[in-house]
Design a binder for this molecule. Structure first.
Ligand code: AQP
Length: 335
């Protein structure tokens, strides 16, 4: 990373279920690494989660748990701004403004919208369609330089960039054009049951994903049942998506490089491989789970983190929003 001014990082995680190993691989572990060299803003994006129907009490629980797991993964609330999206109204306001600069055609092309419309055909709501604009608002409000995300969010991030450029072209330099930060390994962890599709925390088949809070025996069982192939060779090839996926999971869990993993299992079959992957995941998640158990029980502490985070986030977000309003020609509220 460049020396000089510290870069601003923004990223969010939806409380649309318990957070998964995929969320850890694509996002959380990079949040942890970036917090030491950048000014980071990490948000539990609860407004995004309601684009799919949520039970209110489950959403509340998931929201507390999302913050607790982020902290348990090693994110430091003294170092980073950590807050709930719905606590800072500027996110919804910025989304409205950006809506007026986004074309329906751009949103209709979004892969996630198409996938989620198929999955939730009874509830293809405007929020689901508009999801990428809200996300662009989240990012642009914080003058974000870098957005650590999994590969599934690349298309949405492209839109954030396009909207910033479009706005700047009309009104002069106002918004920072953000860059994606997508890891080489772990950017796209796949479903354990259908390795052609991404691992998703809201998959209706719970064997398809590993939750960060899954107990060790559940993790072992899910990995044992993971779909592979009949080849019995641990090699990283596109035509072996199930094996490739388990190798990525092993790499994230142990820090080993893919060629070294191939070497380790050169003479071993899937049985031993799966056992070792499972043990590596159990070992990775053990300390996170211990910390989570302790944090999640302390709602007072979680609320103090989200309160302090929202206050800091609001200061930054309001400044950007005021600038945007002014550029567009909206009158400031008389004092
Ligand atoms: N399969 C994945 N592999 C790597 N990274 C992933 N991420 C999501 N799935 C994978 C990354 O995790 C961060 C948080 O994601 P999110 O909570 O905002 O929602 P999502 O991308 O829609 O993730 P899910 O788990 O699939 O949630 P649901 O099932 O609710 O839609 C993002 O950085 C994302 O890239």
């Amino acid at each position: 990373m460049d020396s000089g001014k510290r870069k601003r990082v923004f990223s969010g995680i939806q409380p649309s279920g318990g957070l998964s190993l995929a969320n850890y691989a694509g996002a959380l572990r990079n949040f942890k690494a970036l917090q030491y060299e950048c000014d980071c803003v990490f948000c539990v994006v609860d407004l995004h989660a309601i684009t799919v129907r949520q039970e209110p009490d489950v959403l509340q629980r998931n929201t507390y748990e999302a913050l607790a797991i982020m902290l348990a993964c090693g994110l430091d609330p003294e170092r980073n701004i950590m807050f709930m999206q719905s606590h800072v109204p500027a996110h919804a306001e910025m989304a409205w403004i950006l809506n007026c600069y986004t074309y329906c055609g751009e949103l209709g092309r979004m892969t996630q919208f198409k996938e989620k419309s198929d999955r939730h055909s009874e509830n293809v709501n405007v929020g689901l369609f508009d999801y990428p604009v809200l996300m662009a608002g989240d990012i642009l409000l914080y003058k974000t330089d870098i957005v650590p995300v999994g590969a599934d969010q690349k298309q949405h991030l492209e839109l954030s960039r396009d909207l910033a450029i479009r706005f700047n072209n009309i009104y002069g330099d106002t918004l920072i054009v953000p860059e994606p930060y997508i890891p080489e390994v772990g950017a796209r962890i796949m479903s354990l049951q259908e390795p052609e599709k991404k691992m998703s925390k809201s998959d209706e088949n719970e064997n398809a994903y590993i939750l960060l809070v899954d107990p060790p025996d559940v993790i072992r069982r899910k990995i044992k049942r993971a779909v592979t192939d009949s080849d019995n060779r641990v090699v990283y090839l596109d035509e072996k998506p199930g094996v490739q996926n388990l190798m990525s999971i092993y790499s994230i869990s142990t820090g080993m490089k893919i060629p070294d993993i191939e070497k380790e299992f050169e003479t071993k079959g899937y049985g031993i491989f799966k056992d070792r992957v499972a043990e590596a995941v159990v070992e990775l998640l053990g300390p996170i789970q211990d910390e989570f158990a302790h944090l999640v029980a302390d709602r007072k502490y979680l609320e103090s983190v989200m309160k302090a985070g929202a206050e800091k986030a609001e200061c930054i977000a309001q400044k950007t929003l005021a600038k945007v309003y002014e550029k567009i020609g909206l009158l400031p509220r008389p004092k």
